[in-house]
Design a protein around this ligand. Structure first.
Ligand SMILES: Nc1nc2c(ncn2[C@@H]2O[C@H](COP(=O)(O)OP(=O)(O)OP(=O)(O)O)[C@@H](O)[C@H]2O)c(=O)[nH]1
Length: 206
């Protein structure tokens, strides 16, 4: 079975470790959020950015809807962002990408969607790359909404709690044939310097 695929670009965090909004940090002169959009475009029928009020005017977008977290759950982290898009936008499958994994590309998102469609029983398909789980670069199905809502009402904001409560399938780098490097996550200026400054990738962008 196929169905509508919606991309969720998470960009509503505090970026307190980074010191400024990570969505606008750059790799190869391209803001992180635009890289995430490019990765999502390949496999999604539509994409929604979910961010904070004070960042809304800073995105340069052509036709990509931008929303803020549901009022009831503001400040509750990535689960609030995922829930807010699911509630507003009907879809069969949601592909989540955060704004701080600038090496996630179209191959990663496309392979994840393909895998998710091959496991209809799974409510979540989460990469486990070199033994580390990446629940914010993952696919969630619409069936997660009631669980998400319950967790958020209980102020249980841990992504791990969602994974424990829905049928989650973990996929390795070999299952989906992706490079572990794609999952590098930038949280601090030090990580930015380590992984990005002076190490920009050649042939990036296509
Ligand atoms: N919509 C939304 N996205 C969020 C929220 N919290 C975090 N995110 C996003 O989730 C991803 C992972 O965020 P983290 O790095 O864990 O948190 P952060 O708040 O951005 O950064 P720190 O303040 O340094 O922890 C990033 O893409 C964030 O923008 C939230 O409350 N709402």
């Amino acid at each position: 079975m196929n169905g509508k695929v919606t991309g969720i670009l998470l960009a509503g965090g505090k970026s307190s470790r980074f010191g400024k909004p990570k969505a606008f940090a750059k790799l190869n002169n391209e803001p992180f959020y635009k890289r995430a959009l490019r990765a999502l475009h390949a496999c999604c029928d539509g994409i929604v950015i979910v961010t904070k009020e004070d960042l809304i005017d800073h995105f340069d977008l052509e036709g990509v809807p931008l929303i803020t977290d549901d009022d009831r759950f503001k400040g509750q982290g990535p689960l609030a962002g995922i829930y807010s898009v699911m509630k507003e936008y009907d879809s069969h499958i949601y592909v989540v990408v955060p704004c701080d994994t600038p090496f996630v590309d179209a191959n990663v998102t496309t392979e994840l969607v393909k895998y998710a469609l091959s496991v209809p029983h799974a409510a979540a398909v989460v990469p486990e790359i070199e033994g580390r789980k990446h629940p914010l670069v993952a696919v969630y199905k619409r069936g997660c909404i009631p669980v998400l809502e319950r967790l958020l009402k209980e102020k249980n904001n841990k992504v791990r709690a969602l994974l424990d409560k829905v049928q989650t399938v973990y996929v390795t780098e070999n299952d989906i044939n992706v490079s572990p490097q794609c999952f590098i996550n930038i949280n601090s200026q030090e990580e930015y310097r380590t992984y990005i400054d002076g190490k920009e990738m050649e042939n990036d962008g296509e």
